[in-house]
Ligand binder design. Sequence first.
Ligand SMILES: NC(=O)c1ccc[n+]([C@@H]2O[C@H](COP(=O)([O-])OP(=O)(O)OC[C@H]3O[C@@H](n4cnc5c(N)ncnc54)[C@H](OP(=O)(O)O)[C@@H]3O)[C@@H](O)[C@H]2O)c1
Length: 342
Amino acid sequence: MTSIGVVGATGQVGVAMRQILLERGFPVDQVRFFASARSAGTVLPFGDREVTVEDAAEADPRGLDIAVFSAGAATSRAQAPRFAEAGAIVVDNSSKWRMSDDVPLVVSEVNPKALDGHHGIIANPNCSTMQMVVALKPIYDAAGIERLVISTYQAVSGTGKKGVDELLGQSRALHAGDEPPDPRAYAHRIAFNALPHAGNFAAGDDHTDEELKLVNETRKILGDPSIRISATCVRVPVVNAHSEAVNVETRSPLSPEEARELLRAAPGVTVLDDPEDGRYPLAIEADGQDDVFVGRIRRDRGHDQALDMWIVSDNLRKGAATNAIQLAEVLHERGLVGARVA
Ligand SMILES: NC(=O)c1ccc[n+]([C@@H]2O[C@H](COP(=O)([O-])OP(=O)(O)OC[C@H]3O[C@@H](n4cnc5c(N)ncnc54)[C@H](OP(=O)(O)O)[C@@H]3O)[C@@H](O)[C@H]2O)c1
């Protein structure tokens, strides 16, 4: 049995992690919830238990085996090392540690062996990268990947609760014929719009950090810095589940039929690819599911050795919470809890 802490337990990903721990029957002995001082003292249910939320900054983390973090990069920077030094293995959903050399960046279906070398903090990839690499791994193993051209259609839940509130608030106002509230979570109105600006532009950079995450994290997870990657990340007025159009140039020939067969056999992937019957992955159907859905698999008519595909997954579940809990399960099953590499 394991003592587990959920940091950011009151947020969207935290809610999903609490649900998924119960759904998957994770062997929880003790459970503790943490958030900011704003939520400290709130009582949240966990199965038939009631758990009082603790202020992460003030709490004593000793006694925790695993702490799953989803409280933003600033909280992870301040608190993850403190929790890890107290003995917990931290599985972190934020961007803070993903590209650190001594932090494994792990997707349970793709590179679980990377967990062996952890030093107390393990990073969960960005949601767009996560769903894409689950679908790309079998293709990479069979035919190699030379180049990826990616366009994302990212849901507002990827921005946290404030993104969802902004889309719904603006939509309600527009439906009522009122002036919509000014944008706060985004640079422009998101309702009935598409923003080629998911994430933030660092000073002097013409790519957003979200686009750079797709490039850098994909290379790290697949262990191949030579893959050439072009990404455009777009925020769309979808509440939950990210969609991605991905053009994959392979290193050896691979037909759409072969890709479909590989993907049908891949763990965590569901192929939905019968466009004549209107069957292809949809955000509204992926919402609430754990699999990565792939469809519209076809030959790129502009390139003999490239395929196009459409990849959809629930960014709060497989893109964040489900993978974090799957990693906790692997750590537990492999006896890695308490067996840290110094
Ligand atoms: N949304 C996604 O699709 C997605 C996917 C992958 C990764 N992530 C990452 O997961 C994290 C959370 O995302 P979310 O969508 O769940 O955001 P959210 O709904 O806005 O929730 C944020 C959570 O962080 C907590 N928090 C904020 N400041 C804190 C502090 N100073 N100390 C302790 N806890 C603090 C909040 O607690 P209070 O209730 O007390 O404010 C809340 O529990 C982010 O790092 C995000 O990048 C999100």
